[in-house]
Design a protein around this ligand. Structure first.
Ligand code: NAG
Ligand code: NAG
Ligand code: NAG
Length: 274
């Protein structure tokens, strides 16, 4: 099956440096299906351009999620864009455009492409994937940044709590913070793509937490990027204040000087689990 590799749970352990208190948008991963010359045919290219135009113009109006399909039965393209729940409409639009640029540059002959940025996730395909929960996930963490052992189980409890409570949130997005006394605070955030069901959302997050528990459970910070759901955990507030966005409509973060979260994309380990 052409896309079977998308369905496997695979993860990279990357080195993540997180000493910064503001968030920046960076590309975190990319997956392209095998090069296929027929992707260059005019019908597919036309449908793809129409898809991109539609995603770019609609996603800021739809609270950060939009899915659509373009074209006739054969040569149809399905696509979705999911922005992180705390980013502004401006950042969401920009991230959408940046993802499209990456897809076109890096995977011009692919009919199925997944692009992960911190602030948005783009996926398109010539087959219908809407509503199908998949468990492909990539983990980013700092291999040596271990947390205080007394905090570890509290942090996992926080993330486990979010796994179950997020299904009741209108945008299937939720943040939470934990006060761990002298060790400071821990911040968690989870999100599901809005095309999957609420119960699949819980399954998706549970599966991520289960799969990566050993790897992330002892760390001060980590991020899991899936194709249906996402989890973030850090010892600083990496997300934007959501109430500000809601009240201002379009949020314009004021203090974005020196935003230099460096992600060292050193692949330490590559493991494949069915
Ligand atoms: C990982 O964490 C350790 C311990 O906090 C830190 O010294 C190191 O610089 C971090 N590595 C990267 C790449 O950020
Ligand atoms: C849009 O994204 C580009 C590329 O990441 C970035 O250089 C630019 O500053 C962003 N623009 C805004 C308005 O955020
Ligand atoms: C969010 O709001 C809190 C309380 O007003 C403030 O302390 C914090 O710095 C803000 N964080 C960001 C990332 O804007």
């Amino acid at each position: 099956m052409k896309t079977s590799h998308f369905a496997t749970l695979l993860f990279y352990l990357l080195t993540l440096s997180v000493p910064c208190y503001t968030d920046t948008n960076i590309q975190t991963s990319l997956q392209c299906s095998e090069a296929d010359e027929s992707a260059l045919e005019m019908a597919f290219q036309t449908n793809l351009r129409n898809l991109f135009d539609s995603l770019v113009s609609n996603v800021p109006l739809q609270q950060g999620f939009y899915k659509t399909r373009t074209g006739k039965k054969s040569g149809r393209v399905y696509g979705l864009i999911q922005c992180r729940g705390d980013v502004s409409a401006d950042h969401c639009s920009n991230c959408t455009k940046n993802s499209i640029t990456v897809a076109l540059e890096k995977c011009p002959k692919s009919k199925e492409v997944l692009v992960w940025f911190r602030w948005c996730f783009l996926r398109y395909s010539d087959s219908d994937f809407f509503g199908v929960m998949e468990q492909t996930s990539i983990v980013l963490t700092n291999d040596t940044d271990f947390d205080d052992p007394s905090v570890v189980s509290k942090g996992l409890d926080l993330m486990n709590g979010l796994t179950f409570s997020v299904q009741n949130q209108p945008l299937v997005f939720q943040t939470a913070e934990l006060d761990v006394g002298p060790s400071g605070k821990r911040y968690g955030m989870v999100q599901c793509n809005r095309d999957i069901s609420r119960s699949d959302c819980v399954k998706c997050l549970e599966s991520q937490l289960g799969a990566f528990r050993m790897m992330v459970g002892t760390k001060r910070g980590w991020e899991v990027y899936g194709s249906s759901c996402f989890m973030w955990y850090h010892d600083y507030q990496f997300y934007f204040n959501i109430s500000t966005i809601a009240s201002a409509g379009v949020m314009r973060p004021s203090s974005h000087k020196g935003t230099a979260i460096g992600l060292i994309i050193a692949v330490i380990a590559f493991l494949m689990v069915l």
